[in-house]
Design a protein around this ligand. Sequence first.
Ligand SMILES: *[C@@H]1O[C@H](CO)[C@@H](O)[C@H](O)[C@H]1NC(C)=O
Ligand SMILES: *[C@@H]1O[C@H](CO)[C@@H](O)[C@H](O)[C@H]1NC(C)=O
Ligand SMILES: *[C@@H]1O[C@H](CO)[C@@H](O)[C@H](O)[C@H]1NC(C)=O
Length: 571
Amino acid sequence: MAPCKTWQVRCVLCAGLLLAAALIWLCISLFVPRECARGHFAHAAVSADSLRCSEIGRDILQQGGSAVDGAIASLLCTSLVNPQSMGLGGGSIFTIRDKTGKVRVFSSRETVPLSFKPDLLNDCPTTFKLVPGIQWTGVPGELRGYEEVHRRYGKLPWAKLFEPTIKLAREGFPLPPFLEHLLTNPIIRDLVKGSSLCELFCNNNKTVLSKGDTLKFPKLAETMEIVAEQGAFAFYKGKIGSDLIEDIKAAGGTITMEDLRTFRLRMGDAWTIPIGDSLLHIPPPPAGGATLALILNLMKGFNLSAKSIEGDQKIQTYHRYVEALKFANGQKGSIKDPQYTDTTTAAHLIDSHYADRIRERISPDRTHNNSYYNVKPSSDHYGTTHVSVLAEDGSAVSVTSTINQIFGASVYSPRTGILLNNELIDFCGRAASLRPVSFQINLVEFFPPGEQPPSSMAPALLESKSGDIIVIGGSGGSMITTAMASSLINHLWLGKSLGDAIAAPVVFVDAKNNLKFEPGFEGYVIDGLKALGHKVEDFEYFFNVVNAVAKENRCITAVSDRRKMGQAAGY
Ligand SMILES: *[C@@H]1O[C@H](CO)[C@@H](O)[C@H](O)[C@H]1NC(C)=O
Ligand SMILES: *[C@@H]1O[C@H](CO)[C@@H](O)[C@H](O)[C@H]1NC(C)=O
Ligand SMILES: *[C@@H]1O[C@H](CO)[C@@H](O)[C@H](O)[C@H]1NC(C)=O
């Protein structure tokens, strides 16, 4: 028996040594910080639409704030720096991963008010244009959202998150370059001049602000101070709310205090979908995540690699992608507020078997007319902002926020300094599908009070088995899906770095299934797609913007889209 015992002892010793070595290796790899290359961060990062707001978010993280704290501070800042995109008069969708990995969604997207203009649908645009007007304003949810996510995930005091933005609003700051650029556009300049927006964005002599001017928000500073002190209560039940309602009434709107009091935030688990080796977490309908999932599932089945965009292969790859977008357009109608529909809305869109069936219908050598994809032409619209935050403890926030189109309803509330949304135009897609009978339908059935309009917004998180994480989201209204899908496909499968993936020119398939190419898109691919029968239209308004933070191999890359002159911040 003796030799056997010695053998056993040796064996145990040997295993012990191996285990110790493995443990030491694990400790070193976990706790000894590895140098991250220039331009990357080792701990945490924020990517908002502007450097100023990314930095405010980062500072909050460095002061011990959670990812949610950083995101709220960044959003508040964005309501000043990109006031045309979002603000307290809008709504947002948060996708939040806590440090244990649980992902939840909080949607404060605006809702249909108890009463509205009876013939609202008559005003639905049939072409691409700005649609100002208080009749389109949904009940704002922005602050209800901040309140709840801060209550659950916040580490710093609520008021602290408002401090940097209140200071900025009161002291003023140079007109931000992107806003300056927008205000040079004649359509937008006329809109500002001809509306109550002029109170904020014009000089004393009523000329629209331009380069070198200072932007200030004195009234909004007061409002934010009260909200910082009293919480969202001030907006939904208190003085700010009643002042806002008075201004809405004065502008001809129908929203009442009752609407504010009864506004309900939606909360629940994220929808989680396997995409290759990763899990994609998206907000459920009426958000646009399901459409994104369909496109990714369709494209995944084509086994893409860097080779797929070499030479002529690129034409076929883009043809498949464009076809995927056409099918996705055809499914837009199935994105609805689940609380106001009796079917499980959009569940099929995230089913990989459904994607497999659709993929078989993609012809390699041709495209088809709209009925093939079930597309009912409607109009597109553009706006919105996105913030991605990854904190040191692994918690993450992907939040898209909006007042809908550029400057929303173009209504400024002088008593509160708040800009109001025009979110209800997002029901116009549904109206288009009912034409020409739409004007006979019962409007209350069509717009039940409390319903959230469908959205393209899809604040997402992607986690791989190896522990990598991508926090990503887009803005640009109807272009959100295109912007996010092309960034993710470029990065995950076509071998592009996150920055290059986001910067690559996109092809947008509009609501009529026409192709619109961003400047810089390769001519031979455009010609190749035309030869396959795709209809191409000229277009100049590419508002697709993606802001993302990725942790890959333990180093963090943060990218704010250059299309909106953004820059990320981290440490
Ligand atoms: C209006 O005021 C701004 C600055 O206050 C000035 O730069 C601009 O020249 C003025 N324009 C007119 C037409 O007076
Ligand atoms: C992709 O790869 C899978 C598995 O290897 C294969 O079954 C499928 O046919 C491929 N699809 C295409 C479009 O090449
Ligand atoms: C669309 O194509 C289908 C089959 O290819 C055809 O039956 C239908 O008439 C076409 N519709 C239009 C509007 O061209």
